[in-house]
Design a protein around this ligand. Structure first.
Ligand code: CA
Length: 298
């Protein structure tokens, strides 16, 4: 039987003051949400998105989850965000992207990938990287029309215009893709803070050189920060393999105390950073990035 090993990493980046990304990395549910909206409302929207998915799907995941189940859960989360924005006008206009995968059956033979917005779910299989999701963004529509290339889209001045997000429209359209899982599959779920800094080639090098899910998640976050860190960056990695272990890396939410969420819905602290820990993180990040950059330039 195929088993999953997963890990996540998130960072505020080098410019932003707060981290509006959120993620879900529990057994069978692996999602990233990238919040938007002023006055901290973006981080509320992304938290609601992943928390609602956890509440609705953690009991049915790995138990014959259907595409309709997943789309319905995302729409429920959309309604929860809209309801909170109506209840508290300070949060009006908050929204979030959401993407990631849910394991659809107990045998880990099928994954359902959902997407709303411009966060991405990638699949690394047989040495090739492919983007499972399609961005709901202005620049993607330009790529589709042949007006710009994929490489030009990454640096386009309008690359942050999102055409679909949660928290905007009560009638939300959700993309769901079904993937038959194979031994050796590696999924990478990320916010645009990664892909706006690192192109697919750089992501591929990190995938090839990072043995464990935690290594890869940490390395990709370090890479995004090394290349600019202009946005929050969040990465969830899921490896599927015929293996005796079934370990989801433990993830503990920092005790910042201002948001009520389940323990598994977490965001790394953006303000109260332990300087010693941060220093050692910087050193290890520099080593990793040096390896990746040198591999890229060979
Ligand atoms: Ca972002």
């Amino acid at each position: 039987m195929i088993r999953a090993r997963a890990a996540a990493s998130t960072h505020v980046g080098r410019i932003r003051e707060g981290n509006e990304d959120a993620y879900l990395c529990i057994d069978g549910l692996y999602f990233v949400a990238d919040g938007m909206g002023g006055h901290s409302a973006g981080e509320v929207a992304s938290e609601i998105a992943v928390t609602t998915l956890s509440q609705l799907l953690s009991t049915v995941a790995a138990n014959n989850l259907s595409a309709d189940d997943l789309a319905s859960a995302v729409r429920h989360a959309n309604t929860a965000i809209l309801t909170e924005a109506l209840r508290d006008r300070a949060k009006a206009g908050m929204g979030t992207t959401l993407t990631g995968l849910a394991v659809a059956d107990a045998q880990h033979s099928r994954a359902l990938v959902a997407n709303v917005g411009d966060s991405r779910t990638y699949l690394w299989r047989h040495g090739e990287l492919r983007q499972v999701t399609k961005d709901h963004s202005h620049v993607q529509s330009l790529v589709d029309r042949g007006a710009i290339t994929r490489a030009e889209a990454r640096v386009h001045h309008q690359r942050n215009i999102v055409l679909r997000a949660m928290g905007i429209d009560p009638d939300l359209e959700v993309d769901v893709f079904e993937v038959d899982i194979e031994d050796g599959d590696r999924f990478v779920v990320c916010s645009d803070g990664l892909v706006d800094e690192a192109d697919d080639d750089a992501i591929e090098v990190a995938i090839r050189t990072s043995p464990s899910p935690q290594d890869l998640a940490d390395n990709l976050v370090s890479l995004a920060n090394h290349l600019g860190g202009r946005d929050n960056v969040t990465v969830v990695v899921v490896d599927f393999a015929d293996a005796p272990t079934d370990v989801t890396a433990p993830i503990v939410r920092p005790a910042d105390g201002d948001v009520t969420v389940p323990i598994h819905v977490t965001r790394r602290p953006s303000r109260l950073i332990d300087l010693a820990a941060y220093g050692s993180w910087l050193v290890s990040a520099a080593i990793v990035v040096t390896v990746i950059v040198s591999a890229l330039t060979q």
